[in-house]
Design a protein. Structure first.
Length: 82
């Protein structure tokens, strides 16, 4: 039996304990306005500061982000070589 937890964008009623009971968690993020939060969460921010940092599945956690949301994660290789 599959169990699914749907979290709606902008919903403030979801709780991390419910997410923590999920075997697999997928976060889908888009837009440049979310870039700082994505970078903070991926780099180990406290869930108290960035709630998505605490959205971790028992077996797996998958981030699906567009290029705009990844802006603060991307490194320009040309800049690194200089």
């Amino acid at each position: 039996m599959a169990k699914f937890l749907f979290v709606m964008t902008g919903a403030d009623h979801w709780t991390l304990p419910a997410v923590h009971r999920s075997r697999h968690v997928m976060l889908v993020v888009s837009g440049e306005g979310k870039a700082a939060a994505v970078a903070a969460a991926v780099n180990g921010a406290s869930p108290d500061d960035v709630p998505s940092a605490g959205a971790v599945g028992i077996e797996s956690t998958t981030w699906v982000i567009d290029e705009a949301a990844a802006t603060d994660l991307l490194v320009d290789i040309d800049d690194e070589e200089e």
